[in-house]
Structures are given as C-alpha cells and as structure tokens.
Design a protein. Sequence first.
Length: 156
Amino acid sequence: MSLICVQKEAFNPGDEINAFSTRNSNSGAITSFVGQMRNFRGPDRTKGMPINTMLLEHYSGMAERQLSDLASSAQSRWPLDDILIIHRYGELKPGDPIVLVATASSHREPAFDACRFLMDWLKTQAPFWKKEISADGANWVESEESDKAKAARWNR
C-alpha cells in the first residue's frame, strides 16, 4: 500500500505522521523524514547566501507516475506495510515543509533503509526543479555530487 501526493498546498508533517502511524498501528516500525526549505544557499549556513523564497516546479503527471514507480520499487526491495510520500511544489518560504517520506514495516531495518532509499532517489532523480530567490537574484539548484553518490549506492 502506498499514498503519493504532489501538491501545492502546505501540509502539517506532525498530523500526516500521526495519521500514517494510526493507519499502520500493527506495524512494528514507522520511520519518517521531513525535508524543509533552508534559509541559506550552499552547504554551510554560516557562509551561505540568505534565501527569501524558493519556487519548486514539477512535471505534472510524470512526477506522480515516477513517485508511484519509486514506491513500488521500494516495496519490491523491502517487506513494507505502507509508504507515504508528500511533495510540494509552488512558492515556498524558509521553514516550509517540502517533502515527507514515511515507511511502515514489521521491523526497523527495512523501514529505515526504504525511507533512506526513497529520499536519496527523490533528491536526485524526481522531476522537480528548485529555483532559489535571494537579494542577489535567482539561482536554479542542481543536485549535489554527494547526493548523487548516496543515490548510486542503491544501484549495487
């Protein structure tokens, strides 16, 4: 079972995780990851340029299909009871949740591994594009090499 939502509307991660946990009350392990918009550009918040807004674009139809395929791939790799993926698009402000990934399984190891796999893939392969807007202009965000390396480990 999996639920995939690609939406413009804000979501409350706590409410979503609580609902997911309730729906999977017979699972032995629930893991979750929430990605939120940072207020700086670059890997180091002390040296990064402050960001005011991020525009997150997606390829409608393809994004939902690829996320569904991704969930199916995770379910074929690990014994999972459920998957939840919520991904926003549109205009976001610092601190806004962008993505929520939750997994449910009988045991913690498959739940953790599947959650990490899903996020590693989302960071590098999903059809979403980020444009950060700061006082000095706009900048399209590319996948980091470290993110690509994390995603590549799942190809082994």
